[in-house]
Design a protein around this ligand. Structure first.
Ligand code: NAP
Length: 340
């Protein structure tokens, strides 16, 4: 049994992790943390949990936390997460960080997109980016796994088969993505208020969203040269789910059949990516409550354009489900354990 802790267990991703991990046969949940003084029984925090449990979320002193587990899921806001991840990693623990703090390889990108210096830049060289469909072999060996962001998961899975095979013009990529409100976490802000979101639909952080360099980093790695994208996120009046509509131009001489084949071959053996085929476009609801990413493609559009549509649940394939998938890979459990 792997002893595992969830740090920041009262938030949206922490709660999803607890829901999965209480049923996982390979792990024992030994610490669930909050900053709050009053302990919270898990059955009160998650009333939908069908399993009766004596688990409690509570405040831990650092030394007690360190002794409590071997694997730590960090579900803290970015910037908060970095020091905790660094200290746990230094202490020889295995860390899966759901925040953005271990994802970007260049600390200067963090300054540009997050607006301040990285609090623990030493972790950036040690972390492995935890997108299993691309980096599975590195994840097997990693002690610090940077779990990908929700938008970058949907965008990268829609694009990397095309980028890797050199099928599209790299300067033609446009990602038009829409997310449910849980993407912003449980802390209330005016923009996420019910009256702002309900019956409304709007773009935000146009061309300035902090997930842009993360998407570019993955695609650049796959292309073997720098890739820039246009990324426009939108807020949908739904709880959870991300639909990404991605546009790119086919390279001259590349026929539409090669585009379809790239997706078929990339995902033939993947448990969690369902390529729905040419002309079949997934709605977000097909992935709600699951760790699946569903993908459809229109490979033969006017002007040589390709349209790829991907759907995920931001809290599962975009966060906690993918974190468990990474744990399964790292500890040699069946990859779908607890998730299928
Ligand atoms: N939501 C998503 O779809 C999603 C997807 C991918 C990645 N992520 C990332 O995963 C991390 C957790 O996201 P989340 O959606 O679970 O966030 P959340 O709902 O806001 O929860 C974060 C938790 O961290 C704790 N916390 C500790 N220090 C904090 C501080 N200084 N300010 C605020 N909260 C603090 C809070 O618990 P207490 O108040 O009980 O201490 C809170 O419950 C974030 O870095 C986020 O960017 C989120």
């Amino acid at each position: 049994m792997i002893r595992c802790a969830v740090v920041g267990a009262t938030g949206f991703t922490g709660i999803e992790l607890i829901k999965i991990l209480v049923r996982h046969p390979g792990v024992s949940l030994t610490a669930l943390t909050t900053r709050q003084d009053k302990p919270i029984p898990v059955n009160d925090l998650i009333p939908v949990l069908s399993r009766k449990t004596s688990l409690v979320v509570r405040n831990y002193a650092w030394k007690e936390l360190l002794r409590s587990a071997d694997l730590f899921f960090i579900c803290l806001p970015h910037t908060e997460a970095a020091q905790t991840a660094a200290k746990l990693f230094r202490a020889g623990k295995i860390v899966i960080d759901l925040s953005a703090d271990a994802r970007l390889k260049r600390a200067s990108d963090y300054v540009t997109w997050y607006g301040h210096k990285h609090p623990a830049p030493q972790i950036l060289k040690k972390s492995v980016y935890g997108l299993p469909e691309i980096y599975r072999e590195k994840i097997r060996e990693a002690n610090l796994i940077a779990n990908p962001g929700c938008y970058p998961t949907g965008a990268a899975l829609a694009l990397w088969p095309l980028v890797k095979r050199g099928l599209i013009e790299l300067d033609s990529i446009i990602i038009d993505a829409k997310s449910g409100v849980s993407g912003a976490g449980k802390k209330l802000s005016p923009a996420a208020h019910f009256c702002e979101v309900d019956q409304n639909f709007k773009a935000y952080k146009v061309n300035t969203h902090q997930h842009t360099p993360e998407i570019e980093q993955t695609l650049s790695d796959q292309a073997g040269r720098p890739v820039k994208v246009t990324f426009v996120p939108h807020l949908l009046p739904i709880d959870r789910g991300i639909l990404s509509t991605v546009y790119a131009r086919r390279k001259k001489g590349v026929n539409p059949a090669a585009v379809v084949k790239a997706f078929q071959e990339a995902y033939a053996d993947e448990a969690f990516v369902r390529f729905r085929g040419e002309g079949v476009f997934p709605p977000v609801k097909d992935t709600t409550g699951t760790n699946f990413c569903d993908i459809g493609v229109a490979a033969d559009c006017a002007g040589g354009r390709i349209i790829v549509i991907s759907a995920i649940d931001n809290l599962l394939k975009g966060a906690s489900g993918q974190a468990v998938q990474n744990m399964n890979i790292r500890f040699d459990f069946p990859e779908g354990q607890g998730l299928l």
